[in-house]
Design a binder for this molecule. Structure first.
Ligand SMILES: [Zn+2]
Length: 134
C-alpha cells in the first residue's frame, strides 16, 4: 500500500522564500514558513464582519497554522462557511485562553493535566453533620 510509505513528519524548504525549512506534518501541506504565511495573511480585510473575526492576537496566528489556513482561505475565496467561522472562533478562543490543544505540535508539556490552584481542602469537618433524632 502506498499510503504506508508516508512519513508523518519531514522538513521541506519554504516554497516562497526558499530560506526557511518547514515541518510538513500532513499530506498535501503547502510548504510555507511561518513568517511567509504571516505575510501572506496580513492583508487588509474589507468585510467588517470578517475583519472583526480575524482581529485576534498576531501571536495566535504565529502559533497556529490552522488559524492561518482559515484566514488564507478567506483571502483566497472571499468568504467562509459558517462551520469554518465557528471553528475559527473556537480554536482562537481556546488558544487565547491556553486550553486548546495545538494541532501542529504534539509536544509533551502541553499534554500535562493542569494542577488545580490552592491545595486540597482538609476533609472531615463537613462529614460531621448532626443527624436529626428519630
Ligand atoms: Zn518562507
Amino acid at each position: 500500500m502506498p499510503e504506508m510509505v508516508w512519513k508523518p513528519k519531514y522538513k521541506q524548504l519554504c516554497a516562497i522564500c526558499r530560506k526557511s525549512h518547514v515541518l510538513i506534518i500532513s499530506r498535501g501541506q503547502f510548504p510555507i514558513c511561518t513568517s511567509c504565511s504571516m505575510r501572506e495573511i496580513n492583508k487588509p480585510i474589507e468585510d467588517p464582519k470578517f475583519r472583526k473575526l480575524f482581529d485576534i492576537d498576531q501571536k495566535l496566528y504565529e502559533e497556529s497554522s490552522f488559524l492561518r489556513s482559515i484566514k488564507s482561505n478567506y483571502l483566497r475565496f472571499g468568504s467562509l462557511s459558517e462551520k469554518q467561522i465557528e471553528v475559527f472562533r473556537k480554536v482562537a478562543g481556546e488558544l487565547a485562553t491556553g486550553t486548546g490543544k495545538k494541532p501542529e505540535t504534539a509536544s509533551s508539556d502541553t499534554q500535562k493535566p493542569r494542577a488545580k490552584p490552592g491545595g486540597s481542602k482538609p476533609a472531615g469537618r463537613q462529614s460531621r453533620v448532626k443527624r436529626p433524632g428519630p
